[in-house]
Every structure is written in structure tokens, then in C-alpha cells.
Design a protein around this ligand. Structure first.
Ligand SMILES: NC(=O)c1ccc[n+]([C@@H]2O[C@H](COP(=O)([O-])OP(=O)(O)OC[C@H]3O[C@@H](n4cnc5c(N)ncnc54)[C@H](OP(=O)(O)O)[C@@H]3O)[C@@H](O)[C@H]2O)c1
Length: 345
């Protein structure tokens, strides 16, 4: 692989994650040689300026990855299942944003701030997976907290934005909210992305249901956290809820440590971490970010840090991260930066 100026392919280039990947190439001054924009035949021929040069979206179906060094896949799990192994076999290093390979043994699951070392060498599969958008910001806090004081269990609830279901998810929220605001009493009939109308509503059902009574989204948070942190018995349980927010996922986490922790210690530990913005005005103050007004979409925002007065081992916190950036495109670019810096061939 040309690690200095790689040839890049962006699969799903017209989507929410693909468009953000394109912006991030500029924002982070990511060194590139050529950039191929790929999507379905629906968008083939669309033009877009990327890194100062006009490029045309091509149909993924006929694309050959032989001259591609890095291929970012963000076009849904079934597209990755059909094309990612082919791209890797043709020579590209694939960074996959979908759920297709995350738990495969031959595919590293990477959050660079936590486990960049697992991609020191090209994986045999030629594929690196990007974790779920709620898991990434959470493990960026859990790993250093666990290293400081071992964690015995975590209970998480998520409040996940419409954009987690892509551009059409945002559109569906807007239409659903419009129906409520214009006093249309009949139920929405055009839900596609969400199981229920999302306008002015909450939906505790993300991804498909499992026999356990949990949803796949909730199971992903457990399994992926264990794999990323290399802790196969890590105890975490989640309830994942879709909320009528356009962008940025919020989470509450109740983290139980094996021994008591000090609130100030936790605040200063979190403040010392890269790209974590802590909101804290001291004990007894209620300080927090909100998803609609995030100051910096490239940081994980953390507030409401407090110890359970009835349990000195129990810590609550509130966190928010831009799901399209931190939860997908930015994490993928940071994986690419890690592999190019480590000269992974
Ligand atoms: N949104 C998030 O917060 C987030 C976070 C983490 C992971 N992800 C994952 O990233 C992937 C993309 O998400 P998104 O939010 O960007 O979705 P999106 O806005 O709906 O975009 C989907 C993209 O996939 C392309 N596509 C669809 N079917 C295709 C096909 N058969 N062949 C080639 N390209 C095809 C679309 O191209 P056309 O324009 O041609 O339709 C579009 O570029 C999903 O797997 C999602 O689970 C998303």
C-alpha cells in the first residue's frame, strides 16, 4: 500500500457517512493520491469536488479495487457483505463502517484511542471494522476508567438520533414531526427507517429484535465493547432508544467500580483524555451538553458526573457524540491515519 499518498475509494459516497468522510479528508488534510466515489447506479454520474478536484460518482458494481489502497465502506451491511471481501482480495485495505464483519475473528474492531495496536499489521482478511456509533464514545471513556479503577458492571441507556439511520432517517423524522405540527391525527404511513413514527416520540427498538428480548443494537454494545477492550467477560447491559433528535447520540451510563471512586479523580482523569470535553462546574452543580447544541462535533462531550450517594462505587455520567463523525466517519479516518502512520502494508 502507498501509505504516503494512498488511492482512496469511498463506497456510499453520497450518504451521510460518505459525505462526512469527504469533508474530513479536507479538514484533516489527509494525504491522498486519487479518490474514487462509489455508490449505487442511482447516483452514478453525480459530480462533486473532492480535495480540490471534480470527481464523478461511479457505480460500485463494476468497480475494480486493484488500484485502491484504502476503501471506506459505508453503504449498509448487505453491500459490504457483497463487495468488501472482493475489494480486499483485489488489494485494498477495507475500513468498514457497517455491522457486517465486526464480530468476525479475522477482522479487528478498532477505536484508535483504545486499541490502535491491533492494526499494526494488515489483517489477513484485509478488513478492519469500525464499531457501532454508540459503542465508540462509550469505550473511549470506559477503557481509561477501567484502567484506573476496575469496573464491575455498566448499565447504559442510549438516546439515538434519526441520522443514525442515514439521510433518509432525518427525512423521515422531519416528515413525521410535520404531521404532528400540522395536526394530522392519522398515523404516519410512510415509516421505513423506524418501527414507529418518530416525530415527538421515543422508540425503544433499534435494529432487529432477538430471542433474548434485547435488540441487536443493544447486543452490539455488549459484544463490541468486550472485543474492543479485550475483556471477554466485561459486564454491560443496554437499552437503546431512538429519539426525535436530528443528529448526535446521547447516553447515560451507570458505571459500578470494584472499589469506591472519587468524583474529582474521575473528572480530572476524563479531562486528561484526548478529544473528550468535560462539562463540570464542581460538586452539586448540574452541568451538561445537549445534542442540538454541541460545540465541537469532533469531541466526545461528558457531563452530569456524579457518585451515587447510596453507593460510593457507583458513578453516573451523561455523554454525547456526533454519531456520523465520532460514531463512523471520524473514527474511520482515525483508523486510516493510524494504519498509514504505522505504515501498515
Ligand atoms: N449514520 C450513522 O450515524 C452511522 C454510524 C455508524 C455506522 N453507520 C453505517 O454506515 C452505513 C451508511 O450509513 P449512512 O448513514 O451514510 O446511510 P445513508 O445516508 O442512507 O447512505 C447510504 C449510502 O449507501 C449507498 N448505497 C445504498 N445501496 C447501495 C448499493 N446497492 N450499492 C452501492 N451503494 C449503495 C447510497 O448510495 P445511493 O446514493 O446510490 O443510494 C449512499 O451513498 C450503514 O451501514 C450504517 O449502518 C452509519
Amino acid at each position: 500500500m502507498n501509505t504516503n499518498h494512498p488511492n482512496i475509494a469511498i463506497v456510499g459516497a453520497t450518504g451521510a457517512v460518505g459525505q462526512t468522510l469527504i469533508s474530513l479528508l479536507d479538514e484533516r488534510d489527509f494525504p491522498v493520491n486519487d479518490v474514487a466515489l462509489l455508490a449505487s447506479s442511482r447516483s452514478a454520474g453525480r459530480k462533486q469536488v473532492v480535495r480540490g478536484k471534480e470527481r464523478q460518482v461511479e457505480d460500485l458494481e463494476g468497480f475494480n479495487f486493484a488500484n485502491t489502497d484504502l476503501a471506506f465502506f459505508s453503504a449498509g451491511g448487505s453491500v459490504s457483505e457483497r463487495h468488501a471481501r472482493r475489494a480486499a482480495a483485489q488489494g485494498a485495505l477495507v475500513i468498514d463502517n457497517t455491522n457486517a464483519f465486526r464480530m468476525d475473528d479475522d477482522v479487528p474492531l478498532v477505536v484508535p484511542q483504545v486499541n490502535a495496536e491491533v492494526v499494526r499489521q494488515r489483517p489477513d482478511s484485509g478488513i478492519i471494522s469500525n464499531p457501532n456509533c454508540s459503542t465508540i464514545p462509550l469505550v473511549r471513556l470506559l477503557r481509561p476508567l477501567h484502567d484506573h479503577t476496575p469496573i464491575s458492571s455498566v448499565v447504559v441507556s442510549t438516546y439515538q438520533a434519526a441520522s443514525g439511520a442515514g439521510l433518509s432517517g432525518i427525512d423521515e423524522l422531519r416528515k413525521s414531526a410535520d404531521r404532528v405540527l400540522s395536526d394530522q391525527t392519522s398515523a404516519d404511513t410512510d415509516n421505513v427507517k423506524f418501527s414507529d413514527p418518530l416525530g415527538f416520540n421515543l422508540i425503544p427498538n433499534i435494529d432487529r429484535p432477538l430471542d433474548t428480548g434485547f435488540t441487536l443494537e443493544e447486543q452490539k454494545m455488549l459484544q463490541e465493547s468486550r472485543k474492543i477492550m479485550g475483556l471477554p467477560d466485561f459486564a454491560l447491559t443496554a437499552t437503546c432508544v431512538r429519539v426525535p433528535v436530528i443528529n448526535a447520540h446521547s447516553e447515560t451510563a451507570y458505571i459500578r467500580f470494584e472499589t469506591p471512586v472519587g468524583r474529582e479523580q474521575v473528572v480530572s482523569l476524563l479531562r486528561s483524555l484526548e478529544d473528550i470535553l468535560v462539562y463540570d462546574d464542581g460538586p452539586g452543580k448540574v452541568t451538561y451538553p445537549t445534542p442540538r447544541f454541541l460545540s465541537d462535533p469532533n469531541q466526545v462531550h461528558v457531563g452530569r458526573i456524579r457518585i451515587n450517594p447510596d453507593d460510593p462505587c457507583g458513578l453516573w455520567l451523561w455523554l454525547i457524540a456526533d454519531n456520523i463523525r465520532i460514531g463512523a466517519a471520524l473514527n474511520a479516518i482515525q483508523i486510516a491515519e493510524a494504519v498509514t502512520n504505522m505504515q501498515v502494508q
